[in-house]
Design a protein around this ligand. Structure first.
Ligand code: FAD
Length: 435
């Protein structure tokens, strides 16, 4: 049984299933009808959500402030595809392993593998102490790791055989190619206004007409300043830079992705090295200092890898991070009301005394993807789409997925609410707070 604050209100809106619901024609100044479903922000989160809904027959309107999709955190030319694992089993690990399998499944099902340059070359995660055996990885000795990588790893490792890397920018561009997705670029959201009947709301854009929307999902990275009550969501931008170095010899000496404190992603002619992690700076210029930090990281990770210095190119952006490194997924809570309802939960009263989580009508969020969004975005999008449409669509075993029993059963958003609920930080604060 879910705790009251982990119970989201049901969405019941037949409009979401109506393919002929108005879209382009409602974007005029004098519009009288509303867009059934808007998504604001076209990075991995927004593009996956748009595509997954479109594949289910739902028309979506995707608004992006930049002139193209994926020019921010998702603009990377390369990122690792591998689940995050912990030494002892945890619900966080279950979520990431499910997300990893789900990503591989959807890349294949939507025929996106070549469009995003997916290379299933395997990922070695270097480890310095023993991990238990698991269905998600194999434990390799230092010798076996070196053989797999083609170069000395100086360490034992966990091998994720069906991991690899892809180009997130190319993936986003491929995801939005669907007739049910209307992409509106150059639309920068500046605010939201409620409507009198509370069935819809108005999205305000800089230098553009406003748009009336019934359901709006915010997939804007850390730029959530226009959401009422955002001070209850501890989302912090963390700058990251990737650097690219050419190999000294023309042939690629590295067979797979290698991941430690830094990571190395091999291409034919060189290696992407990532990534810096910096909460102090919020600019996105590529800097020599960060190239140097990546270079030092690479020398520590793979001392025998011969590359040319300096870096020939790089990419920098801001990740949207949460304190527990898990995404924020679900309806946007009504934080004021939630404080009133759950203000005394630290006293340990029976849970029957509390109402389900109060939420802001028609507003949802998919964010806080941090350093792991390539892997987690599609599963988050799938869970949210199930929630919006009132369906729970399991992934059948016949898809060839290798999901553990405990994870396969959970495809409802409420099932993951204890982990992903946007209200979880407020609830934790209320549980701790002194009278
Ligand atoms: C250097 C670096 C390396 C990384 N490496 C990996 C990796 O190896 N593996 C991995 O899994 N993940 C990795 N990540 C993380 C991953 O890239 C992110 O988690 C993911 O891209 C986040 O996607 P997003 O859609 O939430 O955010 P974004 O890509 O930032 O998208 C948000 C979008 O919203 C738009 N937007 C913002 N405000 C508004 C507004 N007001 N109106 C309209 N539009 C708006 C933005 O322009 C942007 O397009 C890395 C990230 C970085 C920076």
């Amino acid at each position: 049984m879910h705790k009251p604050w982990d119970q989201f209100p049901t969405v019941q809106d037949p409009l979401l299933r109506n393919k002929s619901a108005p879209h382009r024609d409602v974007l005029s100044a004098q519009q009288t009808t509303a867009v059934p479903l808007s998504i604001v922000g076209a990075g991995l989160a927004g593009c996956w959500l748009a595509r997954i809904l479109a594949e289910k027959g739902v028309r979506v309107c995707l608004y992006e402030k930049n002139k193209q999709v994926a020019l921010e955190a998702s603009g990377n030319p390369a990122g690792i595809v591998k689940p995050f694992v912990t030494r002892s089993p945890s619900s966080g690990m279950a979520f990431h392993c499910l997300a990893h399998e789900f990503l591989l499944d959807r890349l294949a099902k939507f025929d996106l593998e070549s469009a995003c340059g997916f290379r299933r070359c395997g990922v070695l995660q270097l480890v310095h102490s023993k991990y238990p055996h698991s269905q998600y990885y194999s434990c390799l000795t230092e010798e076996a790791s070196t053989r797999f990588a083609g170069i000395s790893t100086n360490s034992s490792s966990l091998l994720f055989e069906n991991g690899g890397w892809l180009n997130p920018n190319a993936l986003c561009n491929a995801l939005v190619q669907h007739p049910l997705i209307t992409l509106q670029i150059g639309f920068e959201l500046t605010g939201i206004e409620g409507s009198s009947d509370e069935k819809n709301h108005r999205l305000l854009f800089a230098d553009k007409d406003s748009v009336c929307s019934y359901h709006t999902v915010f997939t804007v990275g850390s730029a959530i300043q226009f959401l009422p009550g955002i001070e209850n969501i501890p989302l912090t931008p963390a700058r990251g830079q990737l650097s690219y170095f050419e190999f000294k010899d023309s042939s690629n000496p590295l067979n797979c992705v290698v991941n430690g404190k830094h990571y190395a992603i091999p291409t034919e002619e060189g290696v992407y090295v990532g990534a810096t992690f910096d909460r102090e700076h919020t600019h996105t210029d590529v800097t020599e200092q960060d190239h140097l930090s990546n270079l030092n990281g690479l020398k520590h990770l793979l001392p025998d890898l011969k590359i040319r210095e300096p870096a020939v190119k790089g990419y920098a952006a801001l990740r949207a991070t949460t304190p527990d490194r898990l995404p924020l997924l679900g309806p946007v809570p009504d934080f004021t009301l939630a404080r009133e309802i759950y203000g005394d939960i630290r006293h340990g009263r029976s849970l029957d005394n509390y109402a389900p989580l109060p939420c802001q009508n028609g507003l949802y969020m998919l964010g806080g993807l941090g350093s792991r969004g390539i892997v987690t975005a599609p599963l988050c999008a799938h869970l949210l789409s199930n929630y919006l449409l009132g369906t729970i669509e399991e992934i059948p075993d016949s898809d060839g997925l290798n999901l553990g029993k405990a994870t396969r059963e959970n495809f409802g958003l409420n099932d993951w609410a204890p982990l992903l609920n946007p209200a979880r930080f407020l609830i934790r604060q209320l549980k701790r707070s002194q009278p």
